[in-house]
Design a protein around this ligand. Structure first.
Ligand SMILES: [Zn+2]
Length: 200
């Protein structure tokens, strides 16, 4: 069974080397929608795949880091990167170009990292990230599956190179979120008192 949670953010970028002149030569923005799809073949004590409310913590904060920010490829022109950092307090440096395709791979990796470091506490069994869809416009989206992460033909996503600006980190409820995920620190979901004990 699949569940899907939708997130939104506004972000500015340039997509170098693409065919569309407007996209590769001008800073422009999109109203992104991100669909996070989780898969499980059993239900938790709340008879859910995974409580949607639990996705409003680290997962939401990681995606929200891109809101009202500029995202740039860390291999872009040094003057452009310096200008992004100088004139935008909120920025995210990526090891890949900020295309919808790479955004979907970046979000898959970020969400997968957060989920894998979460100790679930309400009877969840085999919850795993199925895919991430990134809508760049109302008509165009990219969808990343697990196979797309370790595909040498697409290239690696080096998470050590992802950098969130100071302003982004300060605005997180937990400013150490990214450091915590990079260090591999585990996080415990709240324990849930059972109100009804289901008959077996
Ligand atoms: Zn664009």
């Amino acid at each position: 069974m699949l569940i899907r949670k939708l997130f939104r953010f506004e972000n500015a970028h340039i997509v170098r080397n693409c065919s569309s002149d407007r996209c590769k030569r001008s800073i422009h923005g999109h109203s992104y929608q991100v669909e996070v799809l989780l898969e499980a073949h059993a239900l938790d004590n709340g008879q859910m795949v995974y409580d949607f409310g639990l996705m409003k913590d680290d997962i939401r904060n990681l995606i929200d880091a891109f809101d009202h920010a500029v995202a740039f490829w860390d291999e872009d022109d040094a003057d452009y990167i310096a200008a992004c950092k100088q004139f935008s307090a909120r920025w995210v440096a990526l090891p890949v170009s900020p295309s919808a395709e790479q955004f979907s791979r970046v979000f898959f990796t970020l969400v997968d990292r957060a989920l894998s470091l979460t100790d679930m506490a309400n009877g969840e069994q085999d919850v795993r990230l199925h895919s991430v869809i990134v809508h760049e416009t109302t008509t165009g989206y990219a969808q990343c599956f697990r196979d797309d992460i370790d595909n040498p033909r697409i290239g690696p996503i080096d998470m050590a190179r992802v950098e969130f600006s100071e302003q982004v980190q300060e605005e997180w409820p937990d400013s150490t979120l990214w450091q915590r995920l990079q260090r591999g620190e585990r996080k415990q979901n709240p324990v849930v008192v059972q109100q009804v004990i289901a008959k077996q």
